[in-house]
Design a protein around this ligand. Structure first.
Ligand code: MG
Length: 145
């Protein structure tokens, strides 16, 4: 089985480094990014990313702007927002804009891993429905019935 591919986006470099190591130990393949701009460039090159863990408060493109751009370009990828106490409202706005869920910082690693698992399940179910629709269309177009 291939490892879930997860992008971790946060402007705090030590946080990204530490979390990447911890998540890697738990069986996830991690792609780190330190800004919204970097995240978008990475996503253009790495089509296999399943889930994105996204900090709300970042200089330059903030979490909401990044989320909107991700959802516009890659609507099937699931996004989990990371927020501090001061920005819970922003996380709620994120969910209205299509984020899968949010977690409060500092977040417990087990909670984060299980949230990633839930997001992955949702994405896989969605992907397989699309795959089924493609097959149905193919079968219909060939006139089997
Ligand atoms: Mg931040």
């Amino acid at each position: 089985m291939t490892k879930p591919y997860v992008m971790l986006v946060d402007d705090e470099v030590p946080f990204v480094e530490t979390m990447s190591k911890r998540l890697d130990k738990r069986g996830l393949r991690i792609l780190p990014a330190n800004s919204g701009e970097e995240a978008l460039v990475q996503l253009d090159h790495e089509s296999g990313v399943d889930v994105i863990i996204l900090d709300v408060k970042m200089p330059g493109m903030d979490g909401i702007e990044t989320l909107q751009e991700i959802k516009k370009r890659h609507p099937l990828k699931e996004v989990i927002m990371l927020t501090g106490h001061a920005t819970v409202e922003t996380a709620i706005e994120g969910m209205k804009l299509g984020a899968f869920d949010y977690l409060m910082k500092p977040c417990d690693i087990e909670t984060l891993v299980s949230k990633v698992g839930e997001a992955l399940k949702k994405k896989q179910a969605h992907d397989s429905k699309i795959e089924k629709a493609r097959i149905d269309k193919l079968v219909l177009s060939r006139g089997y019935d």
